[in-house]
Write a protein that binds this ligand. Structure first.
Ligand SMILES: Nc1ncnc2c1ncn2[C@@H]1O[C@H](COP(=O)(O)OP(=O)(O)O)[C@@H](O)[C@H]1O
Ligand SMILES: [Mg+2]
Length: 284
């Protein structure tokens, strides 16, 4: 296997043995972290709609709201869960009670607003997170982690649970410099050899590929992975800036359900196709 399957980061000595190997197993789900350097670039929008697109392709999908501090997957999906990850962490509810179905037909585990206290990575948060992931993965083909932005301990820990990382960036210089910083940390701290890129809010077709290769040139010069090779960026797709996205968010609807033919929805469907063919087993 040429995939970079990352070991747990050096910051997680308390992780039980085999903690990371679950994501490599043939039976469990692929775990894909959807992350970014800067906030507000479209992680939650991509997570929710990609989940809907993969579900439509026959995959069993779970989205975990791993943005514990600033959770908003519930808002985008117009869900008002009575039970959240917080209740699971505190032992007030079981996982089965907390996993609910989203409008796109996939399952979600929502963080809820009570999660602010988990914005620091304590051994408890780490262990809770791990056991939730371990319990969930056997039931799905793919688990998407809608992570927080940036390089805080909690964000990096949630990314470390994933076998693949999808970085969402916009063409804005601030988004790209922050993406660069995050990618550098993932190379150094998690010893990843590659990450995957989605350029959201692209102005023109082809922009994303050009941006990814510019970023690759900077990585080639300044970031070497443990193997001695440069960190490799794999361009997975572009999503155009599209007014329908804001409309869907305002109405708290999935874009894929509300305007499935709009440019951004078509781009998400294409991204799902690429993810399925490169990372998943196509559903029969
Ligand atoms: N392709 C796009 N076209 C237009 N607006 C977008 C697009 N992607 C995201 N947005 C806008 O950006 C906002 C923030 O997206 P969100 O997914 O909440 O970001 P994040 O989870 O990274 O913080 C959305 O509410 C939406 O209005
Ligand atoms: Mg978000």
């Amino acid at each position: 296997m040429s995939d970079a399957l990352s070991p747990p980061p050096p910051t997680s000595p308390a992780a039980p043995a085999g903690a990371a190997s679950h994501s490599h197993s043939a039976t469990g789900a692929r775990i894909i972290a959807i992350t970014s350097g800067k906030g507000g670039v479209g992680k939650t929008f991509v997570s929710a709609n990609l989940a809907a697109a993969l579900t439509r392709r026959g995959q069993r999908v779970l989205v975990l709201d791993a943005d514990l501090g600033l959770a908003n997957l519930d808002v985008v999906l117009n869900l008002h869960p009575k039970i959240t990850l917080h209740d699971v962490f505190t032992g007030k509810a079981t996982l089965e009670e907390a996993v609910i179905q989203a409008p796109g037909g996939f399952n979600v585990l929502l963080a809820g607003s009570g999660m602010v206290e988990y914005s620091r990575l304590t051994p408890e948060v780490r262990n809770q997170f791990l056991s939730v992931i371990q319990a969930l993965t056997p039931q799905y083909d793919v688990v998407l982690l809608d992570t927080g932005a940036g390089i805080s301990d909690v964000v990096l820990f949630s990314i470390s649970l994933a076998s693949e990382v999808l970085i969402v960036a916009t063409p804005e210089p601030t988004s790209l410099t922050d993406a660069y910083a995050a990618i550098k940390v993932l190379a150094m701290q998690q010893k990843r050899q590659h990450v995957r890129m989605v350029i959201n809010q692209a102005a023109r077709p082809g922009d994303g590929r050009a941006i990814t290769s510019q970023l690759q040139q900077v990585l080639d010069r300044f970031v070497t992975t443990e193997s001695g090779r440069p960190m490799r960026l794999i361009h997975m797709g572009d999503i155009p800036a599209d007014p329908s996205v804001r409309d869907a968010v305002m109405r708290r609807q999935l874009l894929l359900l509300q305007t499935p033919g709009c440019p951004a929805a078509l781009a998400i469907a294409q991204l799902a196709n690429k993810i399925e063919t490169t990372l998943l087993t196509p559903a029969a």
